[in-house]
Design a protein around this ligand. Sequence first.
Ligand SMILES: [Zn+2]
Length: 300
Amino acid sequence: MLIGSAAVAVAGAASPGVAFASGRSGVSLRWLGVAGWELLVDGRRVLVDPYLSRLPVFDEGGQFIPDHPLTVREDLVDRHLGEKSELVLATHGHYDHLLEVPYVVEKHGSRVIGTETHRHLLTAQGVPGDAVVVASGGEHLDFHGFTVQVFRSLHSQFGSYGYFAPGSLTAPPPRPTTISDLVEGGSLAYMVTARGFSVLFLSGTANYVEREIAGLRPDVLVLGMSGHANVFDYTARALRATRPELLIPSHHDDMVTQLDDPALPPRGNPAAAAELTATARRIGLAARVLDPEVLRWYDL
Ligand SMILES: [Zn+2]
């Protein structure tokens, strides 16, 4: 459900997409599918968990394939992420978040922020160690034109209250070859602030540390919206803690339908935006909800 005006923006380099909300913040955002995001401000690009390859990790019977090989659809990265990305923010180490980071770094010379484990996973795949800024939560980094705050966070907790491929590393492992080799390695959340406008990415998992985010008051909250059935009052706690003006769902598609498959729905699961809308209404938060189309730019 899309609430608010969505007028076609004036074409031009500074205005790549559709205006949403005021469209005057100078910050643009697009969903790359799964939990991937690209933020654009003043011609500078920040990626969060880019994952265009959408590995077919389910067999014909719908069973998950934990030893699925790691293969990157470089053609899609070349097509959709052709402009230089200055920074990549890794929320955690799983394949659907970290798989393409080595190729993006090779292609663009991007700097990455992640945990010590994420650094080990990346250097094991040939990423130079000095390309990875190790963070643990609490950092407030100035990129001179925008800032990035890093927050300690948590992975989603599924039916068993656990999740696929947990674990941490204290040294680089053998080169990862299957999706099980890309372990979680801790989870982080990020807030990017530019021109006084802030976007909080609790986008890579469906969990967070409430005390880490309480009182942040971002303009936009991008919230992971699947796998939170066992997280107490997940959506309402996030909204109450941060009271954003615009809500955007993340990690709410099927993860496997290819981006160049005509069968790919333009949006994710509509239940995600509907839950955000209903929760905001229930707690009395006057926030709009943007249910984004995949790969479409929105001027915030
Ligand atoms: Zn994960």
